[in-house]
Ligand binder design. Structure first.
Ligand code: SER
Length: 886
């Protein structure tokens, strides 16, 4: 039995032996075709080669191309899990001829491969051709010896292949395999053709036309060939199974999913396991190619795929996030053929996990709502559009997820009402929108990109240049001129202005031109944003003259702002390296923002960064700045970049060259300090950063921290401001700045001493002056008594006061009740000559009991006690008088 891996390599080797160049799969995000959401066929990366726009060093090629069909013209998302061979992600193997061979060789090569090399019995095969393609019919008879009965002519789109609404297209011939009469279905062109018995395994397209947006077709420079064979389908045939999900690769993935959920892929649960296996592939490959889940465009398609799988994990009863746990199995199976999967493994795992954690917070409640809403619906019922909208809006359920769940329960969703609710919400949010005008939609930018090509960025080495105006987009529509006082987005053929991207803000600056009739014009560039990947849209306010399409314009970037932006961007790279050195290799960049004023860097780390760690990072970065080594930018193949230790940013073009920036030299190893893939603008030497200063470290989400920092003059100003505070204090204290801490320390000590004194004085005040004449000495039964209530003096304080009074009275008794916090404390002192007549402890006890307390303790000459109720202080003294009266 041949595994998928073996089939993939036999296919490529077969065509390589036939003079075809082996071409590595292109990324899933089309690099040369902004009209497509994802690469959805093997020919997509070669589109411009077919039309003649692009030249390659070969005229024959072969590839196994990653494809995603989920959204756009070819969308299979809804069928996945329920059929034997639909996938959101699959590999399309193909051979291509760019004006080299045509129909005859294509048919011959295909027939030989499947019948000889793959050994598929001839009597299980039949073919279709386009209705009027007599030539193809004749060739099939001649080469394969097929009788008329096994060649079916088909009219319409099934046998006329087109990539999308525009692009290369042509009639095709398809090869079908008969899985046998144990499966229901008829051959193509019969009423039962939708059954699963006859399966298309290979499509050979005779590329002849280029479909234009206006509906017309022009001829390609030369007739060409594009073929596509789904690897998963042919593997099913060669492995003798009917479903793609029973082939080796899928069996391994499904086994992992069974293991992780502790359920078997049988009965009702089988579709869920298939969905998980399929969506794991599409999600992981998309993430590896730089797509991250979001609420629009490609990111939203990814989110829909991920959430659909996550709902099925939930259906299987998975209590914890599941998808990320299957990544190692996928990487083990496919990482060799697709190294990008290995490179991005940690990133894929993290992205899947975070999304599943996020979705799980609403998934359960959303399913509850769906449950309630569908209680009364029977088989064939319709779920209300409003419920579907609430699920979308409040619980994060993409519509197709709700539909999928509805279908599982045997009913459908009122999508018209859903659309109405959705549109109402859109117009509500438009009403709240107070922008100065509409901007063009993604589709409009993509169309412009297709018509005008990429903007050439000239700004790596310069901030000045000239460019020709090639489009002006005002309020979402293309216009020819822009008058003084108006603002619009302007495209030039080339520009030194950096378009916001990779966390670096767009440049600002000025433009100037002379129009055809010699009049001067000028404008301000407020911002530059990138659209359709590489169109640089300059937001320009015209301040004088008229700007028109075709004008040659002087472009001048605000050079000071660019200079500080460069320093901030390079410093962010150094900080990234320092974070990994100081905190550990687990640190992954989560986001970055650099502009002319500051830099901000978000990263994964599970605890606040300590002061000591921050100081070490700041020291490292400044040490590398002082090395003042030249920054090296190099264009290289991505594999080389990774070898050189580049921190990979996913979604960079690969297959092509990438920009690699190297900064500084490691402080204690013989290697560069920082190596990263980056399209931004950077310093010439690290010394240009001058100074690096961290100003804040905060947490912004679970497990994500943010560091804010300044460089150069801004960092100096920040330090000056801090030094200014020290200087101000020094002046206030009349000492040298460095002596301020000692001075503050001394002041603190002084303050403590003063606090003590104040307490003492308060006590003195309470005595009314211990030695003062105001002290009343009573006499009871011949015994002198000083009896007083002292407000604000506690038991400890009373002791000292009592000593004072004892001296004062000379011979007799002192009884004091102090009241603090509403409680009473009593102290009784008896002069030594009197202890044989009165006992201090007895007196104190009498007083305490009179005040509602429990008792007191001490010796005959000195005793203390306490009682809960300070308002009864006088009762305590009265009890002492009574006791003395005997
Ligand atoms: N482009 C054709 C397809 O996708 C053949 O490769 O079927």
């Amino acid at each position: 039995m041949s595994s998928l891996k073996q089939i993939r390599s036999s296919f490529l080797d077969y065509f390589a032996a036939d003079g075809h160049a082996k071409v590595q799969s292109a990324p899933l995000v089309p690099q040369n075709d902004p009209t497509l959401l994802f690469v959805n066929a093997g020919m997509v990366p070669f589109k411009n080669v077919f039309t003649g726009q692009e030249k390659r060093p070969y005229t024959r090629a072969t590839s196994a191309q990653k494809c995603v069909r989920a959204g756009g013209k070819h969308n299979d998302l809804d069928n996945v899990g329920y059929t034997a061979r639909h996938h959101t992600f699959f590999e399309m193997m193909g051979n291509f001829s760019f004006g080299d061979y045509f129909k005859e060789h294509a048919i011959e090569a295909a027939w030989n491969l499947i019948t000889k090399d793959f050994g598929i019995p001839k009597d299980r095969l039949m073919v279709t051709t386009y209705i009027d393609d007599d030539e193809a019919v004749e060739l099939w008879k001649k080469i394969a010896g097929l009788p008329e009965s096994r060649i079916t002519r088909i009219a319409g789109s099934d046998n006329f292949w087109s990539m999308g609404d525009t692009g290369p297209c042509g009639p095709c011939t398809e090869i079908f395999y008969d899985h046998g009469d144990h499966i229901w279905g008829g051959p193509p062109g019969t009423p039962d053709e939708d059954g699963d018995r006859w399966v298309e395994i290979w499509n050979l397209v005779f590329m002849q036309f280029d479909q234009q947006a206006d509906g017309s077709r022009s001829l390609l420079p030369r007739p060409s060939i594009d073929t596509g064979m789904g690897l998963e389908r042919v593997a099913a045939v060669l492995q003798g199974v009917h479903s793609n999900y029973e082939t080796d690769l899928f069996r391994t993935l499904i086994a992992a999913s069974e293991h992780a959920t502790n359920t078997s892929a049988e009965g009702d649960r089988a579709p869920s396991h298939r969905v998980i296996a399929d969506h794991l592939r599409s999600s992981s490959f998309l993430i590896a190619d730089g797509v991250t889940p979001s609420n629009e465009g490609r990111g939203y398609v990814l989110r829909r795929i991920m959430r659909r799988a996550m709902r099925h994990a939930h259906l299987l009863g998975a209590a914890d996030p599941l998808m990320h746990r299957l990544v190692p199995t996928l990487v083990a199976e496919m990482g060799e053929a697709y190294p990008e999967l290995r490179r991005a493994e940690a990133f894929i795992t993290d992205t899947l996990k975070q999304e599943e954690i996020r979705f799980r917070t609403t998934l359960g409640r959303g399913m509850g709502l769906l449950e309630d809403a569908s209680k009364d619906l029977g088989e064939g019922g319709v779920l209300s559009g409003q419920t579907a909208f609430t699920l979308y809006d409040t619980y994060g359920f993409p519509l197709d997820l709700t539909q999928d769940e509805a279908r599982r329960r045997g009913f459908s969703v009122d999508t018209d009402a859903f659309d109405v609710a959705m549109n109402e919400q859109r117009s509500r949010s438009r009403e709240h929108w107070t922008g100065s005008g509409q901007t063009a939609s993604t589709a409009e930018w993509l169309a412009l990109r297709d018509r005008l090509g990429a903007t050439e960025f000239t700004g790596y080495d310069t901030t000045d240049g000239t460019g020709e105006v090639i489009a002006i987009v005002q309020d979402g529509a293309s216009v020819d001129t822009l008058e003084s006082g108006q603002t619009a987005e302007v495209l030039f053929d080339k520009t030194p202005f950096y378009g916001e991207g990779g966390g670096q803000a767009g440049d600002r600056g000025e433009i100037e031109w002379t129009d055809a009739s010699g009049r001067q014009g000028a404008g301000t560039v407020l911002d530059v944003q990138k659209h359709a990947q590489d169109l640089f849209a300059h937001k320009i306010a015209v301040t004088s003259g008229t700007l028109a399409i075709g004008a040659t314009v002087k472009l001048r970037v605000d050079a000071d702002a660019r200079l500080t932006t460069r320093a901030n961007h390079s410093a962010a790279h150094l900080l990234h390296a320092a974070l990994k050195n100081v905190l550990g290799p687990h640190v992954a960049q989560k986001g970055q923002m650099v502009d002319a004023d500051r830099l901000r860097f978000d990263f994964s780390h599970n605890a606040p960064v300590t002061e000591d760690e921050l100081a070490r990072m700041e020291d490292e970065v400044n040490a590398v700045i002082r090395q003042n080594l030249p920054a090296a930018t190099e264009l290289m193949a991505p594999e080389k970049a990774i070898e050189a230790g580049a921190v990979a940013l996913f979604g960079e073009k690969y297959g092509d060259e990438v920009r690699v920036l190297t900064l500084g030299h490691a402080l204690n190893a013989d290697k560069p300090y920082s190596v990263e893939l980056c399209g931004g603008t950077h310093v010439a030497r690290t010394g240009d950063i001058a100074l690096f200063r961290i100003t804040a470290e905060t947490g912004i989400a679970a497990g994500v921290r943010r560091i804010e920092a300044l460089t150069g003059e801004a960092a100096r100003q920040h330090l000056l401001a801090q030094a200014g505070v020290a200087k101000g204090l020094a002046q206030t204290f009349k000492v040298q700045p460095l002596d301020v801490p000692a001075r503050v320390e001394a002041l603190t000590t002084d303050r403590k001493a003063l606090e003590k004194q104040v307490a003492e004085l308060k006590k003195q005040l309470a005595l009314g002056g211990a030695e003062g004449a105001a002290v009343v000495v009573e006499e009871i039964n011949g015994i002198k008594l000083i009896a007083r209530v002292l407000d604000g003096v506690d038991g400890k304080g009373l002791r000292g006061v009592a000593e004072g009074f004892r001296t004062h009275v000379g011979s007799g008794v002192v009884a004091l009740v102090g009241v603090t916090d509403g409680k009473a404390a009593i102290t009784v002192a008896v002069t030594s000559d009197m202890t044989d007549r009165v006992n201090a402890a007895n007196l104190a006890r009498a007083a305490v009991i009179a005040m509602g307390g429990q008792g007191a303790g001490g010796k005959p000459d000195f005793a203390q006690g306490g009682a809960p109720d300070g308002s009864r202080a006088e009762d305590g003294l009265a009890a002492i008088r009574t006791a003395l009266e005997g």
